[in-house]
Design a protein around this ligand. Sequence first.
Ligand code: ADP
Ligand code: MG
Length: 682
Amino acid sequence: MNELYQPIETLAGVGEKRAAKYHKLGIHTPYDLLFHFPRTYIDYSKPVLIADAENGIPCAVRCTVVQKLAVAFVRKGFTIYRVVVTDGISDMLLVFYNTPYTYQAMKSGEEYYAYGKITGGFLRREMQSPQVQKVGSAMLLQPVYPQTTGLTSAMMRTNIRRALMYLEQQPVETMPDSLMHDYQLIPLVDALRAVHRPESAAELEAARHRLAFEELLQFQLGTLMLRHRSSGQTAVSMSESVSMQDFYDHLPFSLTSAQQKSIQTICKDLCGSKPMNRLLQGDVGSGKTAVAAAAAAFTAKNGMQTVLMAPTEILAQQHLHTMTEFLSPLGIQPVLLTGSTKAKEKREIKKQIADGTAQVVIGTHAVIQKDIDFHTLGLVITDEQHRFGVAQRAALAEKGGCPHKLVMSATPIPRTLALIIYGDLDITLLDEMPKGRLPVQTFAVTGGFRERAYSFIKSHLDAGEQAYLVCAMIEESDTLENVQAAETYAETLKQGAFSDYHVGLLHGKMKPAEKEAVMAAMKAHEIDLLVCTTVVEVGVDVPNATLILIENADRFGLAQLHQLRGRVGRGAVQSYCILVTDSKNEDARERLKIMSRTTNGFAIAEEDLHLRGPGDFFGHAQHGMPPLMQAAFCSNMPLVSETQMAAKQLLAFDPELKDPAHQALRTAVLQLFAKNGENGLN
Ligand code: ADP
Ligand code: MG
């Protein structure tokens, strides 16, 4: 019997409660657990001097205990334990709240590694709730697992250690021999052991290489398989002979040449017998909606229907408004179908959709995907704003009747990577902004400048404009810590600097309806200053918002900063973006300078790729990718190309991965592209 595939409860130390928590993470067996990768590592191997530590950034310090201070009982249920330590040059306090264990274990005169954020002033610096390891006994690279309530990294380390024992007793290999050999990959067993219990940075690197290779390979196999499937289908083809002149004549502006070119490409696709599968990538504000409207007009002139799906109700309404402006002069009246459409009206609209009188249907994904009967559906347009996932692509590929498909995405991705991430789609770039836009003026400043920035913001609020203040304090978006930070920040501003203004709050832990209500209030100018975590990326158009201030700007990738900045600069008034950072890190400063220099999203994405490697593009949910844990650490483009080559090689001989040697890969690919339990690729 192989313990690796038994229920997770069978693992020593895992009871019913902990098992339930593991199940929530999709971990059901010890084998699954081995693929729950560390988010990062505490690196005790490079301790810094207390004096050199940057405030608020986690670091490791090697220190000796000078004195254990008396336990302070502040009030019932609140006890503070403090230890004075020295690194030989300066002192600091280690502070533990309500947790006596580490304090009790530490001994005067002994040496420890302490890891955490150092705060406090010049006179007395302190590290709160640090992780402490005795020097000599420590794993120098200690894995830290993704945060989950009730499951600490320490528990996971213990459980994983046991699972690794099972694996070593009965080794498993998921990669075919040929690939192992051709690409010189280390065995899975070694890689899993090293990623969970690295003995050196070099060993960890080799493990990550192997695991990243595998993740990227699976991803690319999936995209290529999607493309292969759709290539066999036929679509209803349209006729090129319809005239689009009246559409152009009625537009309130003249199209950019990028818009013209994309419209031509799309109409050509629509006239082919192969279903279009195209991604229209254009920076925020590049005018994707006009292109969508042209495609819808072309489809209507060909006697077929278009459906445009938006991720939220507000965006659907926004689309209805714009599309009506562009299409009604041609006698085309778009209809709207969302969750809040009244039952009676819904019946009426459904009837119009079924009998073909509704030529253009706009709505939210959820509503439109459910039981709607089209008369002759010719074109499906999906507006994904920022995220466009593989699950959606798999779902699109599945859609019956084979309409043409156009996906609009506002995330600029470097061309080289886009070809891989969206390997199943043809790509069109809208890489030109409409004329006459005022580029957003961007400044990078230190925290000392904050008060002046507030005054600057206030002067604009007084002029009737609106502002965003983004305050994700740590990298991962919308953890509880971020939400609390945003709440506290909003409260402080309400009581203090902005007490004369309407201050709103938006964060990722709010329910969708609450979020929409806040955004609607922002749109209606019932809010002057909106304090938010990064959820503001979800893309609502508030042309009156002219200012965005981003705290801890150095913690964001360039692409993400660019997305955030795209919230302003949407009207005729000059807009500003203020990036606040106290980082002394050279790279961070260089990145912020790039932001000040350019407003072209594609140029910025290229710089990001160059500076941080491709990992960011695979690790962030905002690109719509499934989180590829190890690929997120990948810093070299060659690995990405290599895996694409490998995927093509494999599929050339075995397009559906039916060969028994490819069984493990096939299962993994299906899982990666699965949606709500059903296999999009099956
Ligand atoms: P996005 O690509 O972000 O979806 P939109 O389609 O919402 O951009 O367009 C942004 C704004 O620019 C809209 O107000 C739209 O009417 C306007 N616009 C689009 N194309 C042009 C153009 N060629 N010239 C001037 N304004 C344009
Ligand atoms: Mg748009």
